[in-house]
Write a protein that binds this ligand. Sequence first.
Ligand code: DGT
Ligand code: MG
Length: 611
Amino acid sequence: MKKTGTSDGVSIMSEKERKRAARSVKKTDNNLVWLWHNMEGFRGIYFLAILGTLLYNALQLVVPYFSAQLVDRFLAGSDAAYNLTNHRDQFFLLLELMVGLTIFRVIIVYLDCVAYERVSQGVLYRVRNFLFDKIQRQDMKFYNTFRTGDLMTRVTGDLDAVRHMIAWVVRMVVEACALLLATGTYFFLMNWKLALCLLAVAPVLFVLIYRFKVQVKPMHQLLREKLAGMNTIAQENISGNRVVKAFAREDYEIERFDVGNRDYRDTNIKTAYTWLAYYPYIESLANLLPVIQLLAGGLFLIAGDLTMGEYVAFSGLTWAIANPMRQLGNIMNEFQRFSAASRKVMEIYYAEPDIVDPENPLEHTGRFDGLIEFRDVSFSYEDSNLPVLKHITFTAKPGETVAIMGETGCGKTSLIHLIPRFYEPTEGEVLIDGHNVNEYTLKDLRGGIGLATQDVLLYSDSIDGNIAYGDSHISREEVVKFARYSAADEFIAKMPEGYDTIVGERGVGLSGGQKQRISLARALAVKPSILILDDTTSAVDLETEKEIQHSLRELSFPCTKLIIAQRISTTKTADQILIMQHGEITERGTHEELIKKGGYYAELVKLQTGM
Ligand code: DGT
Ligand code: MG
């Protein structure tokens, strides 16, 4: 067994890595330049790999040359028999050269594959880690903007397209260019007129490829969106499987996924067809080369401008021009895929959270005293102009318990989210121990707060691991102690493997109240100076709740408590009760004071106690 989480926030990314990335952050929005930045440390080996590609392609031309020599001089020519008897050593030399070079080529190809794979996997590893690091450090706004399925697509499929660019596309381009250049130069040196005739296809080829590029680019962007859409449907459906089952909506969901899947398939087919529309033209052009060579070459041959040997060399090498032409569509397709994918990756790569550490943070060591102040705080979410909190002012003194009550949607959760700086107030200040929360580093600030959120999320890990999530060093005894505080020890002990019982994703296998109690134990386990409970005991029976209330008063560490609740039984012993309505505090005081006042709270008491 051990606990969820990394080694206490120590990131796998070294400071050097982050600095390297930070340098590239400022530099570019060109995806090739971006890729180049991320290849730091791999460029040397990548350069060697490219040289290797050039070499084995050159060898592709050299080996046939030697075999031709071998055949002409020792096997087929008129002097073959003579040469074979008198120059046997040369025969063997040529043979050895041919075999040697072939083996050498195989080795180069092998090493080249290894090199491309190492570089591409190395860059992939680095960028993937960097992206995950980035995603981890984003604020709430980011998570409200990007859908999980879309983010998953970026760190998996999109990154793979980036890897493919390094390992395959560049290699193919180098290969095609090398072949074209080598053969082209050779042709020009042999007979520039015939070479020019063959080159006549080039302008048509360029126009075709350019048009194809323009047409296929949006297709790849669309394809990428469709894939993300499909992944989002799958992800939401899988994590929301209970709702699907509860409403017996399996068929509907299968249908919905099928629509997304079909859409993706059709877009894929359409993209493939885009190339197929160009394929006949490109293929015809490629096939035109031997015809030009036959016609023009024949004329030059008759006119005496070309020797028979040169003619044979030309015809023997037209493939070296035709093949790269045939590959162009593929290369362009993959390049566009990289283009669409890298844009998506770069969007996250360069994303900066709005809520960050201050430039000169307050020196903070040890615990907070736990003084919380809201000074005339107003707040609204960026994506809507509706004010959620209006002129909130209150103080929670160290060690006090402040209860917040109010009808659903009045802004209670939004209010407590301002304390750990999940969001920033639009007006006013939130202070802890007399300092604005934005003066502390996020780590210091959040490290001092224990939060049990309204919707409980547990990890697929042991119960022990879940409780010790915030501090993986605490002992089993302490885990049990905190479970006792939250009245969870009893039911955990009854489970088949006790604290080692693995709970499923999101706490599958536990009741709502059980999950809430584990979530409370998790919040307590960091021994926070400020404990925030958002409706944490709503699903717990009254008896158990009483027990929890009792333990919360007897905690072994000093702690200011902010408790959001709907039940009078939870709030009545609080030092201060705040009643919120439509984003404002409309009543405040102790249980007795508020009953005397005869407002909303007094009504609640009447309703809930039947008095
Ligand atoms: P509850 O938990 O049902 O008792 O309700 P409260 O009091 O915790 O309400 P709260 O703070 O979650 O929501 C207050 C208002 O803000 C409500 O009209 C919904 C809106 N709201 C909550 N979260 C977001 C958000 O992430 N974005 C936007 N645009 N609005 C939000
Ligand atoms: Mg709430």
